[in-house]
Design a protein around this ligand. Sequence first.
Ligand code: ATP
Ligand code: MG
Length: 390
Amino acid sequence: MKEIILLKNGEMALKGLNRGSFEDVLIRNLKRRLKSIGEFRFSRAQSTVMIEGADEGADLREAAAQIGKVFGVAAYSVAGVCEKDLAVIKETAARYLEKELLAAKTFRVSAKRSDKRFPYTSPQICEEVGGYLLDRYPHLSVDLHTPDLNVMVEVRDFGAYIHGPQQAGPGGLPVGTSGRALLLLSGGIDSPVAGYMMAKRGLSLNALHFASPPYTGERAKQKVIDLAQILAQYCGHITLNVVHFTEIQEAIGDHCPEELYTIIMRRFMMRIACRLAESIECGGLVTGESLAQVASQTLGALRCTEAVCTLPVLRPLIGMDKEEIIRISRQIGAFETSTLPYEDCCTVFTPRHPRTRPELARVEAAEANLDVEGLTARALERIERIRNTL
Ligand code: ATP
Ligand code: MG
């Protein structure tokens, strides 16, 4: 039987006049995602996007699995397609959902008629199809409120579609509709989750990683490349910019008090990130900071790092517990990679007693011992750019 994917796009429906352009971006993202699976045809009507296979090889089930990772998709279902004729609809419902109907004890039929020329109203469709299914499957009874199976019949312009329950999509907004930001991507648990969450709000991402060779090695870098690749399943292409941070860390280590070491290092990260972001047209930064998780994430420490920023810093994890963050990390398939035990540039030079309440004036005085501009400019001069595949 011919099948189709019906996809509901949720929050976008609220965007009024912008809806068309939101849908354009969603469809572009879907096409990109499904390109490697086969040829598909896309059409849309009444906040529903319809996806059909355009050649034999196009596997609709595999496409549906991919669609579950595309932001902007509120819900989707794979539906059986048939002619807009009541007798055919009945027969199709009985055959297409046979397995589900046999497994259920109770059911109901819901109908949606967007083709108003179809000669039966929605309640009539429900009654007719429901009666037919009761005859065909006498073990069933009707339960309108909490049925085991909801048989959906949608009568639209180009056909009738029959399906069981919808799958929940990831929700959010299509990546790219909120502009672009630069994700500070470490090899840890938090920053990939932060990137995922902001992509869900429609941001497309570039990433920036600070590496400190020879203190950090190839495997540590590969881990970050792998994390960017995992994120790309949800966020689309991410160009990963790797900046060498060793010279800066050594200069701080040589010239600044140990207790301010981390905060000064983080200020360098933010300066470099803002400059890079502006040069590649990113409108903000994204970090995995969470309030009070470590010494450099207290309110006072955030004030010190933010003082050097020229762009908004988005911190979607700021109010989350580690447990909640880990749950998302597992859900997006990043946790295993994030917890591989390779060294990170921050752990290489960790002070014994970092200051949890750094005063901005002292931090600035300590930085006066460094050639801040020269160090920043040199770090930005030789950036390695790694593009992931999708
Ligand atoms: P994560 O789990 O993301 O590494 P964390 O809890 O280890 O976070 P920090 O090391 O203080 O916290 O880093 C806070 C944020 O700063 C990170 O979430 C990330 O956005 C950014 N960051 C830290 N180290 C790096 C790095 N080497 N390269 C790029 N960004 C980094
Ligand atoms: Mg870290």
